[in-house]
Design a protein around this ligand. Structure first.
Ligand code: BDR
Ligand code: CA
Length: 315
């Protein structure tokens, strides 16, 4: 089986952590490295969390620290309610033995794209700040990237930070604008599909205790389930597996049906900044720039997710 060289660009985060473990257990994806971005915590937290999860996944995939704030606007932290004060639900994280590489995220991205020209896939589960900065500085790279799978946006469903904006786009709309207008093929794995694939109490309680990430994932996901279901007792809680689905689609795009559509990013609306504006008009003259995931094979993804991370059941 031919492997796909990928770079994961992440703001680790609870669902990013699950996405890393999913990617590391893939036979098809070859993770060249993980670049980090602010988002679910500040950049020190998200980088430390990434290193810790890589270590718990028994991997030595290199980690490169990236952006600490958006391209234009100041950073506003909004993720604490869902990801806790340290980005991993307040879970006590050991000090990872591995450190972030001395090379910057942007230099690593540039070099890897050149080395794996036309084959490399970027999976972005954070603000698009790193990728936008790269493409602004090196426009020549746009034709060398096979595709970018973006966890972000909401095409036909409401947003999750504002009524219309999803967190990764809302957190740096200018960066999203640059990437969506770059000409690189984009697959948008947005809330339309990620809200359809939940982790549940049932699944969490079936995590095999022997896995090295057992304690951290159990505690962090318990926090995540509470955050999505305030006041609900343990038992029937569910919460979306946003970022793991994006990694899964990078590996196997038959998991989602997509529609090629023109998508723009709202930069200035008082109520709509950060919205992914989809042109659905039948007779539009706008050219499609994004493959928008519109449906997902929920059962197949959840089964695969459970097997990969060693949940014994997908209930
Ligand atoms: C996205 O926002 C982040 O908080 C999650 O990790 C995910 O990437 C969902 O809107
Ligand atoms: Ca994320």
């Amino acid at each position: 089986m031919e492997s796909i060289p990928v770079i994961l660009d992440m703001d680790t985060g609870i669902d990013d952590a699950l996405a890393i473990l999913y990617a590391l257990s893939s036979k098809k994806l070859r993770a060249l490295g993980i670049t980090t971005c602010f988002g679910n915590g500040d950049i020190e937290n998200t980088t430390r969390n990434t290193l810790a999860i890589v270590e718990l996944g028994l991997s030595s995939v290199p980690v490169y620290q990236g952006a600490s704030h958006p391209l234009v606007s100041p950073w506003e932290s909004t993720a604490e309610a869902f990801h806790g004060p340290n980005g991993l639900g307040g879970t006590r994280i050991f000090h990872p033995t591995q450190k972030a590489e001395p090379l910057s995220a942007l230099d690593f991205l540039r070099k890897s794209i050149e080395d794996h020209a036309h084959d490399i896939v970027l999976v972005a589960t954070a603000r698009l700040t790193n990728i936008a900065s790269l493409l602004l500085a090196h426009t020549e790279l746009t034709s060398l990237i096979k595709r970018i799978v973006v966890m972000g946006g909401a095409a036909f469903v409401p947003g999750n930070v504002t009524p219309v904006a999803e967190a990764n786009i809302w957190g740096d709309p200018e960066a999203a604008w640059v990437v969506f207008h770059s000409g690189v093929p984009i697959t948008m794995v947005g809330l339309d599909v990620t809200m359809q694939v939940p982790i549940s109490d049932g699944m969490l309680s079936s995590l095999v205790p022997q896995v090295p990430y057992f304690d951290v994932i159990r505690e962090a996901v318990d926090f995540y389930l509470s955050a999505y279901n305030p006041g609900e007792p343990r038992g029937n809680r569910t919460a979306p597996l946003h970022d793991p689905l994006a990694v899964a689609v990078a590996e196997d795009d038959s998991l989602c049906k997509t529609q090629a559509l023109p998508v723009d990013i709202e930069l200035s609306g008082r109520f709509t900044r950060g919205m992914t504006v989809v042109d659905r008009r039948e007779r539009t003259t706008a050219a499609p720039n994004v493959d928008v995931a519109v449906t997902v094979d929920r059962e197949r993804f959840l089964k695969q997710f459970a097997q990969r991370l060693q949940f014994q059941q997908s209930g």
